[in-house]
Design a protein. Structure first.
Length: 87
């Protein structure tokens, strides 16, 4: 699942780079259409990726990791300890 997310992020960056290339390098109407298509593809892919990540998180297929997740776990542990100490 994580490999799919990484590939999608790479495709988003490539699409953004393609749009930037067509925007800066060429000034005619044909390349303006290509720029718009590349940006539309990037927005669509980003939206689909966000929805899939939310579904994967909601179903438990992926779990948050990192500093925020550790802090949340520490808070939960402290709350459990406090609830067992205070009857």
């Amino acid at each position: 699942m994580k490999i799919f997310f990484v590939i999608a992020f790479i495709l988003i960056i490539v699409s953004l780079g393609s749009a930037l290339f067509h925007l800066v390098r060429h000034k005619d109407q044909e390349h303006s259409v290509k720029t718009a298509k590349a940006l539309t593809f990037r927005i669509s892919l980003s939206l689909v990726l966000f929805i899939l990540m939310y579904i994967a998180y909601a179903t438990g297929m992926i779990k948050p990791e990192g500093i925020g997740a550790r802090i949340q776990m520490q808070r939960q542990n402290l709350q459990q300890i406090e609830s067992t100490v205070k009857p």
